[in-house]
Design a protein around this ligand. Structure first.
Ligand code: FE
Length: 131
């Protein structure tokens, strides 16, 4: 996979401000604020910064947290995991492997069959509905 590298200035210029703050500055959107939190349509969730496919709607579930939640990613290599010790917590941050966009965090309290919960900012995703 060819990595996408852009400067902070480039990202700031091409992304909407709220998307930039989440994806490139690790902000978290307010719970229940995201347009894709309640999305139940069939399709594919892609990276808002680079368009890489990240999650399939069949792996989305309602976690009740207020953020789009998935029990697995679309492939093994589309996500990069990083230890995140900010805000006095020890969490696993998940990023898009192609452009290093901050997506959200990974927890191990998800449903069957993986018991994983990818807790993802709606702003870091775009949704492509199946035709
Ligand atoms: Fe990306």
């Amino acid at each position: 996979m060819k990595k996408i590298k852009k400067t902070d200035v480039q990202w700031r210029e091409e992304l909407p401000h709220d998307v930039y703050m989440v994806c490139r500055r690790h902000a978290t959107e307010p719970a229940f604020s995201g347009a894709l939190n309640n999305c139940k349509d069939v399709g594919t969730y892609i990276c808002a910064c680079c368009g890489q496919e990240l999650f399939n709607s069949t792996n989305k579930f309602d976690s009740g947290t207020g953020w789009p939640s998935f029990f697995q990613s679309i492939s093994q290599n589309c996500i990069t995991k990083k230890e995140d010790t900010s805000h006095g917590m020890r969490r696993i941050e998940v990023q898009c492997s192609k452009c290093d966009s901050h997506l959200g965090h990974l927890f191990n309290d998800g449903p069957e069959p993986t018991h994983l919960r990818y807790c993802i900012n709606s702003l870091s995703l775009k949704f492509l509905k199946d035709k």
